[in-house]
Design a protein around this ligand. Sequence first.
Ligand SMILES: CCCCCCC/C=C/C(=O)SCCNC(=O)CCNC(=O)[C@H](O)C(C)(C)COP(=O)(O)OP(=O)(O)OC[C@H]1O[C@@H](n2cnc3c(N)ncnc32)[C@H](O)[C@@H]1OP(=O)(O)O
Ligand SMILES: NC(=O)C1=CN([C@@H]2O[C@H](COP(=O)(O)OP(=O)(O)OC[C@H]3O[C@@H](n4cnc5c(N)ncnc54)[C@H](OP(=O)(O)O)[C@@H]3O)[C@@H](O)[C@H]2O)C=CC1
Length: 301
Amino acid sequence: MTAPKIFRPDLNDPTRPKRGLTEQDLAEKATVYRPDLLDGQTLLITGGGSGMGKAAAFLAVRLGANVAICGRDVEKLERTRDVIAKETGKEIFIQTTTIRDPEAVEELIGSVHDKFGGINTVVNNAGGQFPQDAIDFTRKGWLAVIDTNLNGTWWMMQEAAKRWRTDGKPGNIINIVANVERGMPQAAHTCAARAGVIYLSKTLATEWAPFNIRINCIGPGVIETEGFAMYPEEALARFHQANPMKMRGDAWDVAEAIAYFASPAARFINGDLMILDGGQAQWGVIWPGGMPDYFNEGGAA
Ligand SMILES: CCCCCCC/C=C/C(=O)SCCNC(=O)CCNC(=O)[C@H](O)C(C)(C)COP(=O)(O)OP(=O)(O)OC[C@H]1O[C@@H](n2cnc3c(N)ncnc32)[C@H](O)[C@@H]1OP(=O)(O)O
Ligand SMILES: NC(=O)C1=CN([C@@H]2O[C@H](COP(=O)(O)OP(=O)(O)OC[C@H]3O[C@@H](n4cnc5c(N)ncnc54)[C@H](OP(=O)(O)O)[C@@H]3O)[C@@H](O)[C@H]2O)C=CC1
């Protein structure tokens, strides 16, 4: 019997390169949008302490929005709050929350609502997974990924929608999912969860239209962020080959897509899925845990 392949990264390993945009990049990167695009809007972004969520928070603040972020790690949240304040002069709201806990989610939505007098857009970005052959998933591992990516997103959606219904105000939900069209070998747990969110979103885009709530998804391909630390170096060296452009996107690409969906330009878009992957959907698969020899005849893909 072969032992299951496991890659359990040390997230503080100093020998691994730092990945993702720097805070200076997030403060200075050019945007296609006018500076007051989101003036007066309030965005709640889950997982806003790193990666795409942090980039989206930075951009939304730069475009005039009130921003709230949550995550499990208070240090990441405080750091994001402090750097945004330093670079933009604007204070964002932070609240430590695991989206897996529906009561904590209810409290979060309540606090942000009270702080800003309402919420215009909820960005469900928090999530993640580990690479592993599905046959070796532990029960706990499967449940962790499903609970975060599917259940956690659902609690956020339902709680926000209840508020909007009670307040008689319109709502907007943007769910960050993944590119599931051709399956995700070695990430079957997340593929199942994200596919669930995509079709949950399409369903509720209809069911909640009477409440004036719109719901859309963004499916990123390979986007270089701090989250890459979850994957082995050997796999990361191949990630750019997953799309015909042979490149990785960055968190700003996703942040600008989020700003678009949060803006009035998207007012007639509902139940959609924007794939942001450099053409990966038409190209190859990733094997984030390392390609099995079976598929590796004739050299690396
Ligand atoms: C999309 C995949 C393929 C394409 C890659 C494309 C490029 C990158 C895509 C990205 O999404 S990058 C962003 C990645 N960021 C994250 O994943 C960050 C957040 N992730 C997490 O917090 C975790 O991964 C989690 C599993 C969702 C964590 O939940 P929790 O904190 O509850 O987990 P743990 O307590 O650490 O573990 C619970 C349970 O899960 C199993 N497990 C965890 N890690 C691994 C691993 N590396 N390999 C195998 N199994 C793992 C394990 O059973 C754990 O239980 P214990 O053994 O610890 O008792
Ligand atoms: N980077 C990529 O190529 C791709 C990423 N994605 C998805 O996009 C999203 C953003 O990823 P990215 O920025 O790359 O990676 P990061 O790891 O930087 O971001 C994930 C964020 O989710 C937060 N998070 C995780 N679990 C929970 C939880 N239970 N409750 C609250 N917050 C949580 C983390 O914060 P904390 O640690 O503080 O809890 C972290 O800030 C994720 O859902 C990811 O899986 C999808 C496709 C491709």
